[in-house]
Design a protein around this ligand. Structure first.
Ligand SMILES: NC(=O)c1ccc[n+]([C@@H]2O[C@H](COP(=O)([O-])OP(=O)(O)OC[C@H]3O[C@@H](n4cnc5c(N)ncnc54)[C@H](OP(=O)(O)O)[C@@H]3O)[C@@H](O)[C@H]2O)c1
Length: 340
């Protein structure tokens, strides 16, 4: 296949990042991005050189009135594409399934959709091989991606007997003015355990995991406290060595004065990352501890960006551009500036 032609339907928080990440690859390109309305993001998409399409023909007039050039409709765009990355809001993506199937394009949905929609949930390290040649895939949510990256290698090397995770979730994304601010700690969901554990099981079905989640008055990152019982004995240094070798884990430490998610975001800004994104799981090296024989540590997850490299790898597997997951991860990481 020449470069795979990719559509981004839903050019918001995740969609615009996936658009830039796809553009940074040499084996795939953006065929067009889809907007419902002529927002600033529509103008920026055109400025970035992307062909802009309206979600339906009825929407075209609004773009014309705003002086934004439109190349056609989603329906027309899908005829020119190999794969659509659906980044529309959770639940909306499912309404497009019939259209994607009608046009015979492969489709990736995000974590806001149910596993059953695609029948397959993806994480680059855990199941790249199973995505090869697939027509439909769901890239799991930011939290599930972060948990899978942390638990998959632990299970591989030490065997996970049981994992218990407390997720402290950001209340809303920074650009969202509809969901905040809040001055509260919100058990979410109140019924326990939360849905995050079963979502990890959509990728690692055998893994014992129980999760609880609360929403906090912050917008910048999620924060996880993990407690894991392992089959094999370990020392904290063994876990440090294990994670040091994983491609999408970055260590920070209190010794370096990174003592909060705010300082992690400052680090991302100082690294010169686009949009100050932190694509890796950020694990506090000095939190990795053994207590009563069990493993404990803290990690922070940048909800707006950690799923972005996973979308690129999912495209590569589904379009059969690279048979080796390790090589795909390395290519994606290099192009996005993700390195140790
Ligand atoms: N943000 C996160 O923290 C995060 C992390 C991981 C996964 N996810 C998942 O990623 C998906 C997208 O989330 P997001 O945070 O990127 O949402 P978002 O910022 O709200 O972006 C979604 C975009 O979709 C567009 N849209 C709305 N209705 C549409 C329709 N009917 N057809 C086409 N486009 C439509 C909207 O743009 P216009 O209406 O202006 O065109 C909007 O900007 C969800 O499944 C979510 O659960 C989100």
């Amino acid at each position: 296949m020449d470069k795979a032609k990719i559509v981004i339907n839903g050019y918001g928080t995740i969609g615009k990042r996936v658009g830039d990440a796809v553009s940074a690859q040499d084996d795939m390109e953006i065929a067009g991005v889809v907007k419902t309305r002529p927002s600033f993001e529509a103008k920026l998409a055109v400025d970035r050189g992307f062909d802009l399409y309206a979600s339906t023909s009825e929407r075209i007039e609004a773009f014309s009135k705003a002086g934004i050039e439109i190349s056609g409709t989603l329906d027309e765009l899908l005829d020119k594409a190999d794969l659509v990355v659906d980044c529309t809001p959770g639940g909306v993506g499912a309404t497009y399934k019939d259209l994607y199937v009608k046009h015979g394009v492969k489709a990736i949905w995000q974590g806001g959709e149910d596993h059953e929609l695609a029948g397959f949930s993806f994480n680059s390290e855990a199941n790249y091989d199973d995505a090869i040649g697939r027509d439909m895939t769901r890239v799991v949510s930011c939290n599930t991606t972060g948990l899978t990256r942390a638990l998959y290698p632990l299970d591989l090397e030490f065997g996970v007997k049981k994992s218990r995770v407390t997720l402290m979730r950001r209340a809303a994304d920074p650009g969202n003015i509809k969901s905040g601010p809040i001055n509260a700690i919100v058990p979410n969901p109140i019924s326990l355990p939360s849905h995050h554990g079963p979502d990890v099981n959509s990728i690692l079905p055998h893994l014992e995991i129980a999760t609880v989640a609360v929403k906090l008055s912050t917008t910048i990152m999620h924060f996880h406290a993990l407690n894991v019982e392992l089959e094999k004995d370990f020392e904290p240094q063994d876990i440090i060595d294990l994670y040091a070798g994983r491609p999408r884990i970055r260590f920070v430490s209190g010794e370096d004065n990174i003592t909060s998610t705010a300082e992690v975001m400052e680090l991302a800004r100082d690294l010169g990352r686009s949009r100050s994104d932190m694509f890796e799981n950020v694990i506090w090296k000095d939190s990795i501890s053994k207590y009563h024989g069990e493993l404990y540590f803290f990690q922070a997850i940048h909800q707006e960006s950690d799923v972005v490299p996973e979308n690129v790898d999912a495209i590569r597997a589904m379009c059969e551009l690279e048979p080796d997951g390790v090589k795909s991860i390395a290519r994606t990481n290099k192009s996005m500036g993700i390195c140790k």
